[in-house]
Design a binder for this molecule. Structure first.
Ligand SMILES: [Zn+2]
Length: 168
């Protein structure tokens, strides 16, 4: 896999998202770009999209600031997998095996390129309402990406992350 290192931005976070579409809907990066242009964005809000067949597609260049997580776009990379809702439209971890494999490969590469970046989910950057240093489910502004990215990718986190309380 080619290197994704092509930005001079300081990358503190690699933020995982879902497209909030049903698991049986096969959308592509072109669809997501079209939705974002309709919302007035200049390009796809995410840097990378993992489609349902596992294809990793470029949304916008890593050199550009994304449009995917309020207050955290400047110093982050946004990755979206297609899915996040079950067939009835309820939030669910709908990643299939191909998507899980691609996410793992992609995050392994990005961890090499940005070893200080914390991998987390969009919901983990919700406001800490009670100030206890933890973002708990009752504080989630969204369920996105519908799984616990910090734990799932614990092996790809910056050295020392779990020794102290992460601050952001
Ligand atoms: Zn999101």
């Amino acid at each position: 896999m080619s290197s994704y290192k092509q930005t001079k931005r300081t990358i503190s976070f690699i933020i995982l998202h879902c497209s909030a579409t049903r698991e049986n809907q096969h959308f592509t990066v072109a669809d997501i770009k079209r939705w974002h242009l309709q919302r007035g964005f200049v390009d796809c809000g995410y840097h990378l999209v993992v489609e349902q067949d596992g294809t990793i597609s470029a949304g916008r260049p890593l050199t550009s600031i994304g449009a995917h997580c309020r207050n955290h776009n400047r110093n982050s990379i946004g990755i979206c997998y297609v899915g996040g809702l079950d067939k009835d439209g309820h939030p669910a971890d709908t990643r299939n095996e191909a998507q899980k494999k691609s996410l793992c490969e992609l995050l392994t590469q990005l961890h090499q390129d940005y070893p200080k970046a914390i991998i987390l989910g969009h919901r983990d950057l919700s406001p800490d309402l009670n100030g206890d240093g933890k973002i708990t489910p009752n504080e989630y502004i969204k369920r996105c990406p519908c799984f616990d990215a910090m734990v799932e990718y614990a092996d790809l986190q910056p050295a020392g992350l779990w020794e102290g309380k992460p601050i952001w």
